[in-house]
Design a protein around this ligand. Structure first.
Ligand SMILES: [Zn+2]
Length: 455
């Protein structure tokens, strides 16, 4: 459904009178009886994969349930007794759900990541207890009903403990197996959240308008490594589990939940960072396949620098990692600072791969890097404007590729390829407007097509 409500009370930077399409998915969040969030929401995602994982001498495996905790800071715009989040396929420990009031003196931008987990859990006053909870499965909504209302203007910290499952579905937080040359099977785990799968990894306000700062901590066996959107801040030994460590990541800038990402596994990296302030740039691949990252590394750092110079805004994040995943749900995904690729769209083997695969790798890599600005830094309020993300990323990709490889005449190729793709899709009865109606999670998965990317 649509509404003429403005987002001004949701987003302090919005101008009164701006158009805002309220779909069924977001309607419950902005109901007058519920809790709109300010744009300074902060989250700490503490992912413990510890209990159910183990290592052997030559390989590591994992069982598939994971333990997590999440802390979410809330600004209450209007008093409410109900708190609605997105949540899917997660087993929340109801007895551990708590709400702390935050002292008024605490600045909204105070660095939550500097607080220890112990102080976060016990330092505040538990002011609201949970009466019960209800779910709306069609929209993946979880509503916590409170004994006493949250006060207008108040600030609170919601703490949830829960258990999840590492699926094989290539979405949410999932696992991927691969076999190396010695015929040994290894596993990695990573995330694919766009558009509506972050809710399968942590309870959250899983819509692009609800940006938050994320500070992520990951537990791992010390034989593996982890990655996330931001640079690693520190690694500490887990005193309770011998052989395990915690990786603590820097706090992110404001970003939408669909861009959050983390990874654990034994991929290996090759780095190429341009001189004079270039963003540290690494491509990660299976052991034995790292040489095939050379072509991507010959293009990526230059394209990233070109885009920042051309747009006039420096690359927003301090590092760029790119994963070549043995199995992936699409070509690539623009997780901020941690782009994911299917191997065949990123790895290039001279003498084996075709020359056209070079153009495909460069074009997709340029597209995902352009998302650092178009979509990640500047984000649509709702998914019906996803064409702004994809259209600009596609166009700026051709500029970046042309800058590094002008001899390819990529603009001519782009014109032919994109026109043909759009004509063929737009001629079908299933064609849709550039700004489609997209209300439910299943609707959203249908709109990532040639019309959105190229029309
Ligand atoms: Zn894209």
């Amino acid at each position: 459904m649509c509404s003429g409500k403005t987002p001004s009370r949701l987003n302090g930077s919005a101008k009164a009178g701006d158009r805002y399409i309220v779909t069924a998915l977001v309607a419950s969040h902005i109901d007058d009886q519920l809790i709109p969030l300010s744009r300074v929401l902060q989250s700490v995602l503490n992912v413990s994969t510890g209990r159910d994982w183990y290592c052997s001498s030559r390989r590591w495996r994992m069982r598939y349930s994971t333990l997590h905790e999440v802390w979410i800071d809330l600004n209450v715009i209007k008093a409410t007794e109900h708190l609605t989040l997105h949540c899917k396929d997660l087993d929340i420990f109801e007895n551990s759900t708590t709400l702390f009031s935050l002292p008024p003196s605490m600045n909204a931008s105070e660095d939550i990541s500097m607080m220890s987990i112990a102080s976060m859990s016990s330092g505040g006053e538990v002011t609201r207890s949970l009466k019960n909870r209800t779910t709306e499965r069609r929209l993946d909504l979880l509503t916590l009903h409170l004994e006493n209302p949250l006060q207008e203007g108040g600030r609170y910290r919601l703490h949830l403990k829960y258990k999840g499952q590492l699926s094989k579905a290539l979405s949410g937080f999932y696992r991927v197996a691969y076999t190396d040359k010695a015929n040994i099977t290894s596993w990695l785990a990573t995330t694919t959240f766009e558009p509506t799968e972050a809710r399968r990894a942590f309870p959250c306000f899983d819509e692009p308008i609800f940006k938050a700062r994320f500070q992520i901590n990951l537990a791992r066996p010390d034989s593996l490594s982890t990655l996330s959107n931001m640079p690693l801040r520190s690694t500490t030994v887990d005193a309770k589990k011998p052989g395990w460590v915690w990786d603590h990541y820097e706090e992110s800038p404001l970003m939408s939940t669909y861009l959050v990402s983390f990874y654990v596994g034994n991929l290996q990296s090759v780095e190429r960072t341009l001189a004079e302030g270039g963003t540290p740039f690494k491509v990660w691949a299976r052991p034995g396949a790292t040489e095939q990252t050379r072509f991507a590394l010959s293009m990526g750092p230059e394209m990233l620098r070109f885009l920042g110079d051309y747009i006039g805004v420096d690359n927003p994040l301090p590092k760029q990692d790119v994963l070549a995943l043995p199995n992936f749900i699409s070509d690539a995904l623009e997780n901020w600072g941690l782009i994911s690729f299917g191997e065949k769209y990123l790895l290039y083997q001279p003498g084996v791969s075709s020359s056209s695969s070079q153009q495909k790798i460069a074009t997709i890599l340029g597209h995902e890097l352009a998302h650092n600005w178009f979509g990640n830094l500047v984000t649509m309020r709702w998914w019906d404007d996803i064409w702004l993300n994809e259209g600009f990323a596609t166009y700026f990709s051709t500029l970046a590729v042309n800058h590094v490889r002008p001899e390819w005449d990529i603009h001519s190729l782009y014109a032919v390829n994109s026109f043909l793709k759009v004509f063929s899709v737009d001629a079908l009865h299933t064609s849709h407007p550039l700004i489609p109606s997209a209300d439910t999670p299943s609707d959203l998965h249908q709109i990532f097509d040639a019309i959105t990317y190229f029309k």
